[in-house]
Design a protein around this ligand. Structure first.
Ligand code: URA
Length: 220
């Protein structure tokens, strides 16, 4: 309950709402603590113009998957395919992400997939600090709505951005951290694995740690 309240307050504050309660009220109506639904978070984004990324986008790429997923994957930002289709990880890297999820004994529909920012940066450059700052409340809203038990960040940018840690992803990966009090496992980005397939074993090691945390059966 305390964690839910914390998630709600964090989401509400970041989404620009003011916390005005001056004390605890007995028998507060249950709805007062209702966590945001994903649709409410999406509605809050609207036809967003909060940062400069809106200028070049075709679609806001919000997120897909089970709104009650136990596992959330967070990538960097939409690429061209994602921008055109409006869904995260639908290009080549997305194909490999789907295989990673299936190797865990899950389906893509069983997890939730989103990005640190919801609009495609020009020429796939890294999101800039002001863009991340403008979009982070919505990532927090998605986390407060879905309440995953584990987050997996994909690639250097997502890990460094969420953890506020500029260590190389090769050092961050494989070690449990936390974001919004949720256990977070950084791992390599599937696009990197397409270029360096020899690194797939390390990602599988990271995913096995995630499976263990979620009590999912490990393959023999
Ligand atoms: N790379 C990402 O980080 N996110 C996507 O949605 C697609 C590719």
């Amino acid at each position: 309950m305390i964690d839910e309240l914390r998630a709600y307050l964090s989401w509400a504050e970041d989404a620009g709402m003011q916390i005005v309660a001056s004390g605890l009220r007995p028998q507060a109506p249950a709805t007062a603590m209702k966590l945001p639904l994903l649709e409410e978070v999406r509605a809050q984004i609207g036809e967003c113009t909060r940062c400069k990324l809106h200028k070049g986008r075709h679609n806001i790429v919000f997120g897909v998957g089970d709104p009650r997923a136990r596992l959330m994957f967070v990538g960097e930002a939409p690429g061209e395919d994602e921008d055109l289709q409006g869904f995260p990880f639908v290009g080549k890297a997305g194909g490999l992400l789907t295989k990673m999820i299936e190797a865990m004994g899950l389906k893509r529909d069983d997890v939730y997939i989103c990005n640190t920012v919801k609009c495609r940066p020009p020429n796939n450059r890294n999101p800039e600090p002001d863009e991340l700052e403008a979009c982070e409340p919505f990532l927090k809203g998605q986390l407060a709505a879905v309440k995953p038990e584990v987050i997996v960040t994909l690639g250097k940018f997502a890990a460094q951005a969420l953890l506020r840690d500029d260590s190389p992803v090769s050092r961050l990966r494989g070690h449990w951290r936390e974001y919004e009090r949720i256990p977070l496992m950084p791992t390599f980005h599937p696009a990197y694995l397409l270029r360096s397939p020899g690194e797939k074993g390390k990602v599988w090691d990271d995913l096995k740690q995630v499976m263990k945390k979620l009590n999912l059966p490990l393959p023999k």
